[in-house]
Design a protein around this ligand. Sequence first.
Ligand SMILES: [Fe+2]
Ligand SMILES: [Fe+2]
Length: 134
Amino acid sequence: MSEKPGLDADLQLGVEEVDREHGLQVALIDELERAGSEAESASIAQRLHDTTEAHFIGEELLMRQHSYPLYHAHVEEHGKLLAQLAALRERHGKSESGWRAELREWLQGHIRGPDRDFTLFAKSAGSATNATRG
Ligand SMILES: [Fe+2]
Ligand SMILES: [Fe+2]
């Protein structure tokens, strides 16, 4: 099965590994919204941070393998989100009601923008899909 929990069709970019990891990020944000306690929420926020950090490392490696010309700008965006995630963990528990929605918006905007641009570039270069399999 190629089900990608939490990932709407319009967020799928056609590079298997990238899509799978984006699905995981979105699913964790869904889980955060359903969290029943602060402890549960903190644990999910930690997993989201770690999953996102690992995903960015993989995505950045893929960009370097393709000599992607917008690499530095994209990495800067990743840095901003990681800082935001770290700040969220700090602020956690102070009832910041809008932050989950902000996070979802940022992530979806990043996938639809810079991530889509990169995967289109990689696919047009020919080997992104094959390079990320296996
Ligand atoms: Fe990205
Ligand atoms: Fe991504």
